[in-house]
Ligand binder design. Structure first.
Ligand SMILES: Nc1ncnc2c1ncn2[C@@H]1O[C@H](COP(=O)(O)OP(=O)(O)OP(=O)(O)O)[C@@H](O)[C@H]1O
Length: 297
């Protein structure tokens, strides 16, 4: 659906992006994670056809996004990192302008989205807070139900409630088969929405990781309290991955969802309490990222 091939752009100061290659499958939500200045927006601007690649190319549905930029910009739902508005325009004026550009006649979806994100579209944009402007941008990106939506840091400036609403909206559209590329600084946002995510650093792609696979790598720790110390001793001798024992308490580690073995063993003893802690997915992701850095040296 979307492909970036060897994309390279070096700015006058030497910063930029170098040999970026990845693809996004139809119906996939693809995340783009990286610190400030990593090259996320530069990559996205190329994908939208706002910049001409120095080397390499970007395609959406087989169309070169530079050569066919007018068509691409009409087709794709896009939320820029910073929205450029005309002086004196209201939210409504901006959305009317965007709807005209997309030849959108039916405004019912737009009204529904304004209702969801709760803002007054008659407010002049220069009087809007960053979060309100962001909401206008989100409505503009989603209102024509595009097949492909590209979002550059979509939740920046949104409060936690609005961030949640936004994530629900992405998941709903994903159900309908919409393809997404979204950049973010926030791992939790990527974790909750994406199928795969790429990390970009200093203009280079460090790695692409499948989020579902990442979940199977997640370790869980089950903290069990038995009714008596004798049961704890017997359970600890079962060959499971025991992490810690203390009288009637035992902590056992489980990886890759291998619960049946633990449950089978547990069923033999009187258990009075169970607590489960999970390894932070972000830690696994960052381990992978550090490994990528080592490999790149
Ligand atoms: N037009 C430009 N001229 C010169 N340098 C630029 C230009 N645009 C971006 N850069 C530089 O290229 C690098 C990548 O910038 P980019 O905006 O793509 O980063 P980003 O990952 O989107 O960062 P952020 O999270 O801060 O938005 C930065 O060092 C930036 O200063």
């Amino acid at each position: 659906m979307l492909a970036v091939q060897h994309l390279t752009k070096v700015f006058a100061g030497g910063k930029g992006i170098h040999d970026i290659t990845f693809d996004v499958q139809p119906g996939e939500v693809f995340g783009f994670l990286g610190p400030n200045g990593a090259g996320k927006s530069t990559t996205i601007r190329h994908i939208m056809g706002f910049m001409k690649p120095e080397q390499g190319s970007c395609t959406i549905k087989g169309m070169d996004t530079w050569k066919s930029r007018e068509r691409v910009q009409q087709l794709v739902g896009y939320l820029p990192g910073e929205i450029a508005f005309f002086e004196g325009m209201t939210g409504k004026g901006f959305l009317d302008f965007m709807a005209d550009m997309k030849h959108l006649k039916d405004h019912s979806r737009r009204q529904e989205l304004i209702g969801r994100f709760q803002f007054d579209d008659r407010t002049p944009i220069r009087k809007m807070s960053k979060g309100m402007k962001q909401k206008v941008g989100i409505v503009a990106a989603f209102m024509h139900r595009p097949e492909v939506i590209i979002l550059d840091e979509p939740t920046s400036g949104l409060d936690p409630l609005m961030q949640r609403l936004f994530i629900e909206l992405v998941l709903e559209e994903k159900e309908r088969g919409t393809t997404f590329l979204m950049s973010s600084h926030s791992f939790p946002e990527i974790e909750r929405t994406c199928d795969r995510a790429a990390i970009i650093k200093d203009g280079k792609l460090v790695g692409v990781k499948n989020m579902h696979e990442l979940r199977t790598m997640q370790r869980k720790w089950i903290d069990i309290t038995f009714a008596d110390a004798d049961s704890a001793v017997k359970f600890s001798a079962s060959g499971l991955d025991i992490q810690n024992t203390n009288r009637s308490r035992v902590v056992v580690a489980v990886q890759g969802g291998d619960y049946p073995a633990v449950l089978k063993e547990l069923a033999k003893y009187p258990v009075v309490n169970l607590e489960i802690a999970a390894q932070n997915l972000e830690d696994i992701f960052m381990d992978y990222y550090d490994a990528g850095k080592e490999a790149a040296k």
